[in-house]
Design a protein around this ligand. Structure first.
Ligand code: COA
Length: 171
């Protein structure tokens, strides 16, 4: 007898086929250049935030297969400096989906290409909203949670989203 695993499918528009987080995993890699840094060779925090936003938006677009806009980004702390010449890798993954919004987590690591030393410089969470052809929010596919790690990420993201909405008193 065939035993089918009951899928844990959450959020989004139930009329759309659900997608696993792994389907929208995204890695952006870029070597840091002098134009990205201050005169001491430390990369600007604003430049790293821009790359976080780009990586997050690409993961969100991969899930929604729609254009997205950033509606909010949580506070970002810079845990260690990123230097000119380092290879920055930003890995984005969809943690949670609402009806039209998605939370993406982005982990940032810097690699010294000479020594191979790898540093976790920061992690950030951003929320994106998918847009229809008129530029209005549109429904996104549900997220299929594939295991305990996905469920932990979902639960934590859902709690963060509730706090964001309480802060903006939108819901
Ligand atoms: C994104 C935008 C289209 C949303 O329009 P809106 O009329 O506010 O839409 P809604 O109030 O229906 O909210 C849409 C979704 O965003 C969520 N949202 C709204 N404010 C939020 C906030 N501060 N934090 C997190 N999520 C938020 C809502 O909960 C809703 O999610 P859901 O559909 O999953 O439940 C509009 O706010 C906008 O154009 N903002 C500017 C975006 C921008 O220029 N970004 C920078 C460049 S990419």
């Amino acid at each position: 007898m065939e035993i089918r695993e009951q899928l844990d499918v959450r959020g989004g528009d139930p009329r759309l086929p659900g997608k696993r987080a792994t389907e929208s995993h995204m890695t952006l890699s870029q070597q840091m250049m002098p134009s990205d840094a201050n005169p001491l060779g430390n990369v600007h925090g604003g430049h790293i935030m821009k790359l976080i936003d780009e990586a997050g938006a690409l993961a969100a677009m991969r899930h929604a297969r729609r254009p997205v806009v950033t509606i909010t980004m949580d506070s970002v702390s810079f845990l260690s400096p990123v230097r000119v010449g380092h290879l920055l890798s930003l890995r984005g993954a969809v943690n949670w989906v609402g009806k039209t919004s998605l939370e993406v987590g982005v982990r940032v690591e810097a690699e010294n290409p000479i020594t191979g030393e790898l540093t976790h410089t920061n992690s950030a969470y951003a929320v994106y909203v998918a847009l229809d052809d008129q530029g209005k929010p549109c429904p996104v596919p549900p997220l299929i949670l594939a295991g305990d790690e996905d469920r932990r990420r979902w639960n934590e993201a859902e709690a963060r989203q509730q706090i964001r909405l309480q802060r903006t008193k939108k819901k």
